[in-house]
Every structure is written in structure tokens, then in C-alpha cells.
Design a protein around this ligand. Structure first.
Ligand SMILES: NC(=O)c1ccc[n+]([C@@H]2O[C@H](COP(=O)([O-])OP(=O)(O)OC[C@H]3O[C@@H](n4cnc5c(N)ncnc54)[C@H](O)[C@@H]3O)[C@@H](O)[C@H]2O)c1
Ligand SMILES: [Zn+2]
Length: 366
């Protein structure tokens, strides 16, 4: 994994092995507008080698996958071709799947352009499409040959998109250590937003250097990816440790699905942020997680993410959604990853319906 403000250099290195082969870039229509030109300045690929798909998770489906396979085939990609997935998690998920299956697998590089993809989707090898109305129903696990992160791409994300990815960074901090968590909770997001589009600054005598706000952030980003990569390396098939990455996601997925049903889609990271508070409440009740640490996360949530909007009458539905979560070991119990403390995740924790309702009450009455 490379985090860089010199995309040109890293891209050249990544494609050097493919000098005699075809290189393809897969991207979506928004990313083409916002990010493709800088990649093309280095690669200068013929139009024929740029595959553009429609943006949005609803297009992460079999039709799009089939279209990508068809284009690779019609444009004479070989077993030795390279596919560069330039985009958010939708592109890295479907692109990773297409590359891993085309001619039984070709090489692929991920260049994530959203923060969520950078710290989560593009790392860890899970590639999938939505199928039969179910999210990520068909897929496989295949690690990319390289991941190149170029933080200036985040300049065109909305604040909401950025915060959505930041919640996953906070999750990595909470399952990992107090040091990482404290850095994330005290990072000045407003100052960062004001500086993100100025990756390089020039002083009065013309010397150029990396903007210190970006430099701090790059350090946090690299820690976050390292945490995920470390966990994935220990347990790629998710038999135990990798489940710690599900922290916040049992309640989070239920809130996300409910909001979708209500037609007020909640960004994934916001749902995870709220889910983490409910699951920290369960962690306090069941594993003695320190309450003052929970309080700090609540303050951070309220300042940056606001509060979730949900009603008591929706608890049954939320509970039902949690029961159907594919992470459960059986269909009568809800399985959580909870924390005994920051950095001490405990997987396969069961909570009763009453305990879950109490946690929802706590979250919704903050
Ligand atoms: N594989 C995994 O382990 C994993 C983990 C988490 C999420 N995911 C998947 O990732 C997807 C969500 O990721 P996402 O939020 O990155 O979604 P996304 O790829 O759909 O991107 C969100 C939107 O941002 C646009 N966009 C991307 N980069 C941009 C940029 N730099 N500037 C402006 N707009 C930009 C996209 O075109 C899209 O409209 C889902 O499909 C989810 O299932 C996978
Ligand atoms: Zn997530």
C-alpha cells in the first residue's frame, strides 16, 4: 500500500511491469470527471482502455459486471493485462470481482477515491456485487496487487462523504488503541476541510512542502489502513479476529437498512457511528467498558454527525433486521463485536432483545 502526494511516481512504478501489456482503467462517471485526468496525465491510455460505468451502489450488479467482462474481452485483454480500479468502494468492489474472475484472474490495482474506500473497501480483498436484492451477495476474497492512495482526491468529496469514511477510521482506532483513538477524536476536521485542496504549500522564498494539515492526516490514514491490513492478514477468511472490524455494524446495518426503507438513506459511516454508540453502551453493560471513554465518543458524534432520528415503534423492526444480519451464527440470536476497553475487542457476543432495546433507548435519547 502506498500513500502519496506524488501520484505520477507511484503510478509509473505500478504499471512498469506491464509495459508490453494492456492496462485498463475502470472508473465511474463522477470519478471520471473528478479524478481521471491526473491519472491519464501519467498513463496516456487510449480511450479504448478506459471503462466507465454508471455511479451508485444500485449499479454494483450482475449487468455491470457482465458489461465489464464483455469490454475486457472485446478489447482483447489477456491474462497478463492489468486493471486499475479508480473510484470509491463500488468501483473497487466490482472491479476487483471482474479482475479476479476474468480469464481466471488478472492483476488489479486499487486507487480508492473516497475515504471509505481508502480505509475499508479497497483494503482486505473482499470483492462483491449486490444480487437478488441483497447487498454483497455474490463475491470472493482476492487481495489487490497494489493499493495507491492519493489524498488530494478527497478534495471533491462532500463533507458528509468524508465523515462517512472517518467513522470507519474511528472504528479502527477504537478496536486498536487509546493512542489512535485519542488522535482521531481530537483531530480538527474543520481546519482539515479548509486545507484539503492545498496538498502542497509554497513559502515566501518558493520552497514547496506538503501541507502540515494533510501530513497529519496522511499519518492517521496510514495507521488506519495498517490496522485493517494487520487484522486481515491474521484472519483473511473472517473466522475470528476479522470479526472485530464488524464493531458498530450490527446496529449500524439495521439503522442503514431502516433508513433506506423510509426513503431517507443514511450514509453508511453515519449508521456505523450511531451503531458504535449503541454497541459501546452494550459494552459498558456487559464488559465494563469505561463510561468516560464512551462519553468522549458521544461528544464527538454529536459535534460532527448529529443524532440519529428513529422512534421507539421502530425497535421491533430494527431488532428483526439485526436477527437477519448475515454475521449471526444462528437465526435466533444477535451476534455483536463489543469492546472490553478501547483496543480490546471481543467477538461473538450475544445480547438479549431487552439489552438491545435498552441500547437503542440510550442512543435515541442522547
Ligand atoms: N469490500 C469491502 O470490504 C467493503 C467495505 C466497505 C464498503 N464496501 C462497499 O463500498 C461501497 C461504498 O463505498 P463508497 O462510499 O466509496 O461508494 P461509491 O463508490 O458508490 O462512492 C460514492 C459516490 O462518490 C462518488 N465519488 C467517488 N470518488 C469521488 C471523488 N473523489 N470526488 C467526488 N465524488 C466521488 C462516486 O461516484 C459515488 O457517486 C459499497 O458498495 C459497499 O458495499 C466494501
Ligand atoms: Zn463499514
Amino acid at each position: 500500500m502506498k500513500i502519496t502526494v506524488d501520484l505520477d511516481l507511484e503510478l509509473r512504478e505500478a504499471v512498469a511491469l506491464y509495459e508490453r501489456e494492456q492496462v485498463f482503467v475502470l472508473t465511474d462517471e463522477n470519478v471520471r470527471q473528478n479524478c481521471l485526468s491526473i491519472v491519464q496525465q501519467t498513463l496516456s491510455l487510449p480511450e479504448n482502455n478506459i471503462l466507465v460505468i454508471a455511479a451508485g451502489d444500485e449499479n454494483k450488479n450482475l449487468d455491470t459486471l457482465s458489461w465489464i467482462w464483455t469490454q475486457l474481452s472485446n478489447r482483447h485483454a489477456t491474462r497478463h493485462s492489468l486493471l486499475i480500479n479508480l473510484g470509491g468502494g463500488m468501483v473497487t468492489d466490482i472491479g476487483g470481482f471482474a479482475a479476479s474472475t476474468f480469464k481466471r484472474g488478472i492483476h488489479f490495482v486499487n486507487i480508492p477515491t473516497t475515504l471509505l474506500a481508502c480505509v475499508d473497501a479497497a483494503v482486505g480483498g473482499k470483492c462483491a456485487i449486490n444480487f437478488n436484492g441483497l447487498k454483497n451477495e455474490i463475491g470472493l476474497i482476492k487481495l489487490p496487487d497494489e493499493i495507491i492512495v492519493y489524498p488530494p482526491f478527497f478534495a471533491t468529496l462532500s463533507e458528509q462523504q468524508f465523515l462517512s469514511g472517518y467513522a470507519e477510521m474511528l472504528k479502527h482506532g477504537l478496536i486498536s488503541s487509546d493512542i489512535d483513538t485519542n488522535i482521531l477524536l481530537s483531530f480538527n476536521l474543520d481546519e482539515f476541510f479548509a486545507n484539503i485542496s492545498k496538498p502542497i504549500i509554497t513559502d515566501e522564498i518558493g520552497n514547496e512542502s506538503v501541507n502540515p494539515f494533510l501530513e497529519n492526516f496522511i499519518h492517521m490514514l496510514s495507521r488506519s489502513i495498517e490496522i485493517k491490513q494487520y487484522i486481515v492478514d491474521q484472519d483473511i477468511e473472517e473466522s475470528s479476529l476479522r470479526k472485530s472490524l464488524n464493531f458498530g455494524h450490527t446496529v449500524g446495518h439495521a439503522l442503514e437498512t431502516l433508513s433506506l426503507h423510509k426513503g431517507q438513506a443514511l450514509p453508511h459511516g453515519y449508521a456505523v457511528m450511531y451503531g458504535m454508540i449503541a454497541e459501546l453502551y452494550l459494552s459498558v453493560a456487559k464488559l465494563n467498558f469505561p463510561t468516560q471513554k464512551l462519553q468522549r465518543v458521544i461528544t464527538f458524534m454529536i459535534e460532527n454527525y448529529g443524532k440519529p432520528s428513529c422512534q421507539c415503534k421502530e425497535y421491533e423492526l430494527l431488532y428483526d433486521l439485526m436477527l437477519h444480519d448475515k454475521k449471526n451464527l444462528n437465526s435466533s440470536e444477535v451476534n455483536f463485536t463489543l469492546l472490553a476497553d478501547v483496543g480490546r475487542p471481543r467477538v461473538n457476543q450475544i445480547a438479549s432483545k431487552n439489552e438491545i432495546f435498552e441500547a437503542l433507548d440510550f442512543l435515541l435519547n442522547l
